[in-house]
Design a protein around this ligand. Structure first.
Ligand SMILES: Nc1ncnc2c1ncn2[C@@H]1O[C@H](COP(=O)(O)OP(=O)(O)OP(=O)(O)O)[C@@H](O)[C@H]1O
Length: 249
């Protein structure tokens, strides 16, 4: 579980003579265990915000706190450790390593974390089964469809039990049934394990899964609402203590 607080974030991109406001005075607090959807037109700043939250880009101004730690004050290795152990990224482009099989891609992060090979094997197989890729463990990314590659990327993001998942258009290349399965998987992680989830999307099929809707435009937050009838987060519950073998992903 992770709480995220942003204060007065600004990020300006310079393109020749033009200055583009990627983030324009964005302040936001996301409580532990919330499920937040970021929406808004193309170019409104969703990816820029997700990248800033994950410490991938540094804003020009403002601060981001992850559980009270200001990430701009973290050293490179502390930040890398935060990303490795506590944040799961799911990007539009899958960023899979082309020479590694589906299972090896999923195991890669655990290998860096020092998880022993037997446990890596068990956990990778279990999560690949969960995302519907049982039997495809040995295939290379090029031997999988776009949707299947996306599921490998999701499995990789989830396997190390992150406390915060940042997802950028996670269903962009998925058919409806697969998108629905993926959202149920994420929703389950959020409800049962209180994983904080921030998801950017244009996909109206999946916006309803989130209990908080934040709309962006021109780098600003223009609305921030809790969905009606929501079972909004912050409903106590056990932290992420169970091992993967015990988890019902
Ligand atoms: N590296 C960059 N250099 C220049 N401009 C950039 C860069 N990254 C983003 N921008 C600009 O910043 C603005 C916000 O971009 P961002 O990718 O955050 O939008 P988005 O809401 O995620 O869009 P989409 O829904 O199309 O993914 C856009 O106008 C974009 O062109």
């Amino acid at each position: 579980m992770i709480k995220v607080t942003c204060r007065k974030l600004r990020k300006t991109f310079v393109q020749g003579e033009t200055q583009i406001k990627g983030l324009d005075d964005v302040s936001l607090s996301i409580e532990k265990g919330e499920f937040v959807c970021l929406s808004g037109p193309s170019g409104s700043g969703k990816t820029t915000l997700l990248n800033a939250l994950g410490g991938l880009h540094t804003p020009d101004e403002g601060t981001i706190e992850i559980d009270g730690d200001v990430i701009s004050q973290m050293g490179a290795s502390e930040l890398a450790d935060l990303r490795l152990r506590r944040i799961g990224f799911v990007f539009q482009s899958y960023n899979l390593i082309p020479v590694l099989s589906a299972q090896e891609n999923v195991e890669f992060v655990m290998q860096i974390q020092g998880v022993d090979s037997q446990e890596r094997d068990q956990r990778a197989k279990a999560i690949l089964k969960e995302v519907g890729l049982e039997g495809m463990e040995t295939r290379l990314p090029a031997e999988l469809s776009g949707g299947q590659q996306q599921r490998v990327a999701v499995a990789r993001a989830l396997v190390s039990e992150p406390a915060l998942i940042l997802a950028d258009e996670p269903t962009a290349n998925l058919d409806s049934a697969t998108a629905e399965n993926l959202m149920q998987l994420l929703e389950n992680l959020n409800r049962k394990h209180q994983v904080t989830l921030v998801l950017a999307t244009h996909d109206t099929r999946i916006m309803g899964f989130a209990r908080r809707q934040i709309r962006m435009q021109d780098g600003k937050i223009i609305s921030d609402e809790i969905s009606s009838g929501s079972q909004h987060a912050l409903r106590g519950g056990d932290p992420l203590t169970a091992s993967h073998q015990e988890q019902d992903f």
